[in-house]
Design a binder for this molecule. Sequence first.
Ligand SMILES: Nc1ncnc2c1ncn2[C@@H]1O[C@H](COP(=O)(O)OP(=O)(O)OP(=O)(O)O)[C@@H](O)[C@H]1O
Ligand SMILES: [Mg+2]
Length: 227
Amino acid sequence: MTPFLELKDVHKSYFLHGKRIDVLRGVSLTIEKGELVSLIGSSGSGKSTFLHVMGTLDAAASGTLRFEGRDVFAMNDAELAELRNQTFGFVFQSHFLLPEFTAAENVAMPGLIRRQDRKACDLRARELLDRVGLLARADHRPGELSGGESQRVALARALMLKPALLLADEPTGNLDPATGEGIHQLLREVNRDLGVTAVVVTHNETLARLMPRRLRISEGRVVTAEG
Ligand SMILES: Nc1ncnc2c1ncn2[C@@H]1O[C@H](COP(=O)(O)OP(=O)(O)OP(=O)(O)O)[C@@H](O)[C@H]1O
Ligand SMILES: [Mg+2]
């Protein structure tokens, strides 16, 4: 069977001030549809880089990346845009909410951009905000939210279009333990109930341990996390 996601010998380096930084040094990995995967690794080990490469946000990586059998690194801009917009959901390490819009509008935005019905978008946005425990903040702008609340809004936004693949970069980074546990619970529900395949970067080993599959990035490679 064709794997959902397949990386083969993926390398990614940055060039800065005449120096080369080899971040991914031969990542090979298969993720099947419906998997819920955590990714841990020390700061600077390449977790965000890995997610950006998988999400096609960072070009110029070498090796092979296949999504449902399609060669992603060979896609043209239009195909990549479609993949990013229709199939992937992102929660970035810094949340990138639009400051002039409310939480509900930010969550609804991916639907509005695709010209879905405004009322239906607002309804779904509020449902998602309810799931992340923020219905009472639906009409706040990002400047009127705490860091952790913004992160939860970003997660709700990533789920707006029911993505096939959710890539989340430390969605619990700014949260207290109880709220962080709530977000992990939500990720498990989203995985189980909506069948969303998810890769979740976390620094929290306790929460990582709750994920069915655990990966660690170390010395530019991705391996199964021990312990
Ligand atoms: N645009 C860039 N140009 C040059 N170097 C970069 C760039 N982005 C990241 N790096 C370097 O690549 C390495 C991996 O960065 P990355 O952001 O993937 O780490 P990370 O594992 O996500 O870390 P953290 O846990 O702190 O978020 C780091 O050493 C970083 O300094
Ligand atoms: Mg990072």
